[in-house]
Design a protein around this ligand. Sequence first.
Ligand code: GLY
Length: 354
Amino acid sequence: MLSSLAPRLTNPPLIIGPEALPALADFLHEAAPSRLFVLADANTARLCYPRLAPHLPAHELLSVPAGEAHKTLATCGVVWSFLTENQADRRATLLCLGGGVITDLGGFCAATYKRGIQCLSVPTSLLAQVDAAVGGKTGVDFQGFKNHIGAFQEPAGVFMDPAFLATLPGAEVRSGFAEVVKHTLVADAGAFAALPTGELSAVTDWTPIIRHAVALKAGIVAQDPREAGPRKLLNFGHTVGHALESYLLAQPGRAVTHGAAVGAGMRAETWLSWQRGLLSEAEFETVRRTLDAVFEPLLYAADEVEAIAALALQDKKNEGDVINCTLLRGIGQGVYDQPVSLAEICAALRNNLL
Ligand code: GLY
């Protein structure tokens, strides 16, 4: 299991725990990049960079505005310009210090600048630690569609210090927890049953939870790095979740966290799994109770359901106009490439409102 590997045995290094930042310092000493650039957002520059900086050699810091609204090609332009103006050559390293937006966007900038420079990831949110920083998906949103432009490119090293989670608001912890719930629902019934219930602020040590979630995800990605098959399991909750997130993001003042949207998406897709006879009603109720204990009901109305569902037609897993969804065949066992109609997505979104 990845979670039991000694840090230096993984290649590229994926280090989870209080030893992560000293290990990053060692890595940089050995890698000796020509220049080091740190990409942060306004929050991580203020709250996380002071903890990171003592572990770094000489570097330049670029801080970009925080939030999903800035996960755009325009922000990539700012990063590429910064690298260009600072004469970054192909032996330069871009270190991404942030949550899912910085991890995805910075990874994409590194993958494309001069056809690719080394990228290191220091994920600071629970979402980035258990999901975005693992598996090499990079990219940005485009014309209102989530992660529409991007590339697969593994970072050269991932260094996760759970101490960064103390900087997060509760809503961001819940957002990352949605991905932990998702990993267990598609791959590990025992881990789902052992998840913390109730107030997440009561969790004092995230390290074992992160290690197990990362091990589940890395195990799936290792089977299918380019998402031709089993990696689609990791999209559970995201067909409906991304549609909802895109719909709300496009409206002033209605943006929700990724995890809040995925929580609602998992509820809808679990309901669909029950309606398909893949899951028993008791299993649906078990999952629903877990999700409802963590995630707020989402603010969409019955008359918005069709417009939200229509956005699911843009999902990257679709083929032609068939919506391909990941569903559950029992708790802990996902099943991918399940064709679902627009009418079924609408019905599932309506069920969430009950
Ligand atoms: N976030 C889903 C994946 O990395 O495949």
